[in-house]
Ligand binder design. Structure first.
Ligand code: TXA
Ligand code: MG
Length: 334
């Protein structure tokens, strides 16, 4: 494994001031958010943003999300309609990203040359303070090498990018654990979900008073289809092959011929005596708990030497749609 050189900072006032200074100087800082950890740079500084793509080995055809300290900063980078302010008032700060017509101040690199820009106001208090102290919007994709599972704590960032970056702000484990819901609001009369997240299409529709088109389940998205973000099918993927099951029982585990080489991941803790290769995401199977632990468990099992991971799908609307979207991507073959 490559040498880890990144330093981890607690969110003290002094450290936040130092990191804000580093950002203003064009350096990268990995940051905590309520969804997943991000890798941030000054969004208005193209040279700084180029470092993000380099550190992640991310193709420049994949645009970045711009993070703001408060909703009223939006007009610096994007054109806002009445619908935007409705959603902002209701869901910001929070796990909702809006794709809007961009303003020229945003470097082309950030938007991958698109006429739109993705923006959100995160809820995580330390990150929001850092944006305010930096005094500039911060571009930040998830802080993982391109294509791998998103990080939900500072150690995940260290493991993936520790040899390629210098600063990691540790704000604890991400409370939600899945990336933000992305809504295409370029046309406010026809909002579309580009990536499902903790905020569901029905909640957005209720606030806007118009139907919101849900995205089709993840399948065969090509790099060229830039407007459907995230969005190579194989994304968020562990290296170990993953199979999904609509439900799992201990009998499935007992019947399998894979033995100890395969791990089984249940949503809830199964009742009975558990073999050592059985895991669960939330003791009671609460979807919030499942979402929070999903990426961490996938990472842990990916490093544990199993040849195959079997994972139980979530059922229902809302968070279940987002959880299953990430599971499908994790299970997708190249
Ligand atoms: O929760 C999150 O959204 C996290 C935290 C760090 O805020 N960020 C995150 O960023 O998940 P990233 O880069 O891993 O995923 C953002 C997706 C990208 O796949 C990109 O394609 C899409 O947002 N995106 C960015 N700008 C876009 C645009 N103008 N139009 C369509 N999609 C866009
Ligand atoms: Mg990502």
């Amino acid at each position: 494994m490559a040498k880890r050189t990144a330093k981890i900072y607690r969110p003290t006032s002094r450290n936040l001031a130092r990191l804000a200074h580093a950002l203003r100087e064009g350096e990268l800082v990995a940051v905590p958010t309520e969804t997943v950890y991000g890798l941030a740079a000054d969004a208005l500084n193209a040279a700084a943003c180029r470092k993000i793509f380099r550190a992640k080995r991310r193709p420049t055809s994949d645009p970045l999300i711009v993070h703001l300290a408060k909703a009223s900063d939006l007009t610096r980078v994007a054109e806002a309609s009445e619908a935007v302010w409705k959603l902002a008032k209701h869901f910001w700060p929070g796990p909702l990203t809006l794709v809007l017509p961009r303003k020229p101040i945003v470097p082309e690199l950030v938007t991958a040359g698109l006429p739109s820009v993705a923006v959100r106001v995160p809820r995580h208090a330390a990150f929001r303070r850092l944006i305010a102290l930096a005094g500039t919007p911060l571009a930040a994709p998830s802080a993982n090498p391109f294509g791998y599972v998103s990080p939900t704590n500072a150690d995940h960032v260290l493991a993936g990018l520790g040899s390629r970056i210098s600063h990691i702000l540790d704000g604890g484990a991400s409370r939600i654990g899945l990336e933000s819901t992305i809504v295409d609001l370029r046309d406010p009369t026809q909002p579309k979900i580009l990536r499902p997240g903790a905020i569901g299409a029905d909640e957005i529709s209720a606030v806007l008073g118009v139907p919101v088109a849900a995205r089709k389940p993840a399948r065969a998205k090509k790099m060229s289809a830039q407007i459907a973000p995230g969005l190579l099918t194989r994304h968020y993927s562990p290296r170990t092959p993953v199979s999904l099951h609509s439900s799992l029982t201990l009998r499935d585990v007992a019947r399998s011929t894979g033995g100890k080489r395969e791990a089984w991941v249940f949503l809830a803790k199964p009742a009975g005596k558990l073999p050592p290769n059985v895991f669960w995401l939330d003791r009671r199977g609460s979807l919030a708990g499942v979402a929070r632990r999903l990426f961490g468990v996938l990472r842990e099992l990916d490093g544990a030497g199993y040849q195959h991971l079997h994972v139980e799908r979530a059922s229902g609307d809302g968070l279940a749609i987002a959880i299953n979207d990430r599971l499908e991507r994790a299970a997708a073959k190249a």
